[in-house]
Design a protein around this ligand. Structure first.
Ligand code: COA
Length: 328
């Protein structure tokens, strides 16, 4: 028996931060950001709210769409690198806010690959027959860990949440077909937030050194991301007797339009096959893929039985792809 996606949802804060506004904050300009990244604006959550606020709203939309009331949810996996607080998990806050009174759950830190890891993990609980559903959320309030004086990072990231509900399919015709996941700690030095963990607990000194903000070596991450996402996607397609031509949609992690374009070309895809919304949201880390899926579904872009490939790359490094047949 396969696990199917029976509902999708997303949440994007109302407040938009445009390239024009960023021009007044750092030494950058709309043309550079548009040409180098494809991003025009990103959404920013109210400072006093946490990631769970967005996650709860995306989750509610997915549950409503699937017709499953929160009290029937059995498992919540929340992929995030920006939990509301160090302890407890943001998943526990979402459980309470949703009123999902009969479940367990946890946060999962897979960087920008977090949602792919969550999907691969969640479908195991369904396929074994142990659970009747699993709520998988990707949500990040990146504005909480971005230095708005650093033009290398502040133009890229935004805040959002996306969610899917997994349930057992009636047969093997649709659902999660296969996945391939990877990790390589070589990436620790190229993409990190050094402060606030057990190695560098928060002190006046770590704050002064801005160690609680995202650091990335953009050029190196870019190269690893193109190679990681295209290689894992090719492997997954080949293993399932498919080529790029058989795919109805590629939903890639939205980190940089040039990365998406390069991966699409390596897989031999046309632009019509690739779901892109980076211009409106930027890189929302664990949220990009469920957010793009939810929007595409809302726009009636996905049809029942479509072949869909999801692929992501992120901090760790982590990377992976999921192959599925759309079921709703
Ligand atoms: N505005 C204007 N100029 C900028 C700029 C900005 N926001 N950021 C960097 N620059 C400048 C650089 O200083 C550099 O100037 P120089 O040539 O005088 O030294 C020039 O633009 C090119 O910088 P570079 O870093 O080579 O640009 P890039 O083409 O690699 O683009 C990123 C930078 C960050 C957009 C790109 O590397 C990227 O997207 N990397 C992957 C990010 C990612 O995926 N991260 C999340 C993990 S999934």
């Amino acid at each position: 028996m396969r696990a199917i996606i029976s509902g999708v949802g997303h949440y994007s804060p109302e407040r938009k931060l445009t390239n024009k506004e960023l021009e007044k904050m750092v030494d950058t300009n709309d043309e550079w950001i548009t040409v180098r990244t494809g991003i025009k604006e990103r959404a920013i959550l109210d400072p006093e709210k946490g990631t769970s606020y967005m996650a709860t709203r995306a989750a509610k939309m997915a549950c409503d769409q699937a017709g499953v009331p929160p009290e029937e949810i059995e498992l919540i996996i929340l992929a995030t690198i920006t939990p509301d607080m160090m302890v407890p998990s943001a998943a526990a806050i979402v459980q309470k806010e949703l009123g999902a009174d009969h479940c367990w759950g946890y946060d999962l830190n897979g960087g920008c690959t977090g949602f792919i890891y969550a999907l691969a993990t969640g479908c195991q609980f369904i396929e074994t027959g142990k659970y009747r559903n699993a709520l998988l959320i990707g949500a990040d309030k990146m504005s909480a860990i971005i230095n708005y004086e650093d033009r290398n990072t502040c133009v890229i990231f935004g805040d959002a949440a996306g969610a899917v509900l997994l349930e057992p399919g009636a047969d093997d015709a649709r659902g999660i077909v296969d996945f391939d996941l990877h990790m390589d700690g070589v990436g620790v030095e190229y993409l990190n937030v050094l402060g606030g963990g057990s190695r560098h607990p928060a002190t006046m000194d770590t704050v002064k050194k801005k160690m609680h903000y995202v650091y990335q070596d953009g050029k190196t991450v870019f190269k690893y991301a193109v190679k990681g996402m295209s290689t894992v996607s090719e492997t997954l397609l080949r293993r399932n007797g498919l080529t790029g031509r058989d795919l109805d949609h590629l939903v890639p992690h939205q980190a940089n339009f040039r990365i998406i374009d390069a991966v699409g070309k390596k897989l031999g895809l046309t632009p019509e096959q690739i779901v892109v919304n980076i211009e409106k949201y930027g890189n929302t880390t664990a949220a990009t893929i469920p957010l793009a899926m939810s929007e595409a579904h809302q726009e009636h872009r996905f049809k029942k039985d479509d072949w869909i490939l999801l692929t992501a790359f992120g901090a760790g490094f982590t990377w992976g792809s999921v192959l599925l047949k759309w079921a709703i």
